[in-house]
Design a protein around this ligand. Structure first.
Ligand SMILES: Nc1ncnc2c1ncn2[C@@H]1O[C@H](COP(=O)(O)OP(=O)(O)OP(=O)(O)O)[C@@H](O)[C@H]1O
Ligand SMILES: [Mg+2]
Length: 327
C-alpha cells in the first residue's frame, strides 16, 4: 500500500536548511497496521504530510497503492483518510455539515452520506450534538468528529497523526474498536503515529524514527526482545545513585540507564552476564528495593533514540529523563 524509497525532505528556514527526513525507506503492506514512533521533531508529521500529498518530497519516491504522490496527488487523495495532528475542521459549520462537506468532496451519494454520517456520529457519541457548531465543541469532541470524518469515505489507507491525544480512555477504546472493524471489513491499511505505547503495541510492525531516519523497524515483540530479556529497577539512596550507575557500567558493561524518580535507576539486563541477583548483591551501596519487569516499547524507544518519549500533553512527567552519562 505504501512504498517509500530514499525519501528526503528539506526545509529552508531563516536559520538555514533543515533536513526533516533523511533518506527514508519503508514499505507498508495492504491491510497492515503500522505505527511510527519518534521523539518530537523526528520527522513523523513531515513523512505523513508527504504521504498525504500536502508536502512535496525534496527527492526520493513515494507511492500509495502504486500511485505516485507527486504525479497523481488527486488519485492518491481519494484513497486516503487523514486525521491530522493539528485540528482541521471548519468550526463555523456544524458537525453534520462538516461530515456532509467531506462526503461531497469525495463524490459520495446523498444516501451514502446520510447513512455514513449517522453511523459515524453515533460511534463517536456526537449524534445528539450533530447540529451544533464545531466552535462550541470541546477539544475531545473536535477530535472525535475529526476521526469520524476521516473514516467517512471508506479510505483504503487511514493515516493518523497522534489521533487520540487528549481523549479519555473510553473514547480511545471506542475509536480503536471502530478502526479495527474497518480494517477487517474493507482491508483498510492503518499508518499511525502515536505517543501512547499501548496503541503502538497492537500494531503489526513498529518503526522508530529519530532525526529524520528509521533507527528500528520490526514487530513489537521482536523490538522488545532486542532490548534484552528484562528490565531491572533499583531503588537506592539518591546520593548513591551515580556511584551505583558507574559501578554497574564499569563492572558489567550495563548501559542505557533510565531514571523516572529520584533514587530510582532502571536498566536493561544484558544477555549472557551474571544473574540479576548476583549483580545486585555485589553493588557496594544499599539497595532498598528491586523490581524486574519485561521490556515495553518505551524501553525500545529509549534504547534506540537515547531519548524518552516526550509526551505532548498532560502525560508529560518532569521526572521522565534518560541518563546516558552522569546522573
Ligand atoms: N514547514 C516547516 N518549515 C521548517 N521546518 C519544518 C517545517 N515542518 C517541519 N519542520 C522541521 O522538521 C523537523 C521534523 O518535524 P516534524 O513535524 O515532522 O516532527 P514530528 O516527528 O512530527 O514531531 P512531533 O512528535 O513533535 O509531532 C523539525 O525539526 C521541524 O522543526
Ligand atoms: Mg508531529
Amino acid at each position: 500500500m505504501i512504498r517509500i524509497e530514499n525519501l528526503k525532505k528539506e526545509f529552508v528556514t531563516p536559520s538555514g536548511v533543515r533536513t526533516a527526513v533523511k533518506g527514508l525507506d519503508l514499505k507498508v503492506g495492504t491491510g497492515e497496521f503500522f505505527a511510527l514512533l519518534g521523539p518530537n521533531g523526528a520527522g513523523k508529521t513531515t513523512t505523513i504530510s508527504i504521504l498525504a500529498t500536502i508536502l512535496k518530497p525534496t527527492s526520493g519516491s513515494v507511492r500509495v497503492d502504486d500511485l505516485d504522490v507527486e504525479k497523481e496527488p488527486h488519485l492518491v487523495r481519494q484513497k486516503i483518510g487523514i486525521i491530522f495532528q493539528d485540528p482541521s475542521l471548519d468550526d463555523r459549520l456544524s458537525a453534520l455539515e462538516n461530515m456532509e462537506f467531506h462526503g461531497r468532496l469525495y463524490g459520495m451519494s446523498r444516501n451514502q452520506r446520510g447513512e455514513r454520517t449517522e453511523t459515524l456520529l453515533h460511534m463517536v457519541d456526537l449524534w445528539d450534538r450533530k447540529d451544533d457548531l464545531v466552535r462550541s465543541f470541546s477539544g475531545g469532541m473536535r477530535r472525535r468528529l475529526e476521526i469520524a470524518r476521516g473514516l467517512m469515505h471508506y479510505p483504503r489507507l487511514l493515516i493518523l497523526d497522534e489521533p487520540t491525544i487528549g481523549l479519555d480512555p473510553k473514547t480511545r477504546r471506542v475509536i480503536w474498536e471502530y478502526v479495527h472493524q474497518s480494517r477487517k471489513k474493507w482491508g483498510m491499511t492503518v499508518f499511525l503515529t502515536t505517543h501512547y505505547l499501548e496503541e503502538a503495541d497492537s500494531a503489526d510492525r513498529v518503526g522508530v524514527m529519530d532525526e529524520g531516519s528509521l533507527v528500528a523497524l520490526d514487530t513489537p515483540e521482536k523490538l522488545k526482545k532486542m532490548v534484552g530479556p528484562e528490565i531491572v529497577i533499583l531503588k537506592t539512596d539518591p546520593h548513591s545513585l551515580e556511584s551505583v550507575r558507574q559501578y554497574l557500567e564499569n563492572t558489567f558493561g550495563i548501559r542505557d540507564f533510565h531514571s523516572e524518580a529520584p533514587g530510582e535507576l532502571s536498566f536493561p539486563m544484558p544477555t549472557g552476564v551474571e544473574s540479576v541477583i548476583n549483580i545486585v548483591r555485589s553493588v557496594p551501596a544499599s539497595i532498598r528495593a528491586m523490581t524486574i519487569r519485561t521490556p515495553d516499547l518505551d524501553d525500545v524507544f529509549i534504547q534506540m533514540t537515547g531519548k524518552n518519549m516526550v509526551l505532548n500533553q498532560e502525560n508529560a512527567s518532569p521526572f521522565h529523563r534518560v541518563y546516558r552519562g552522569k546522573l
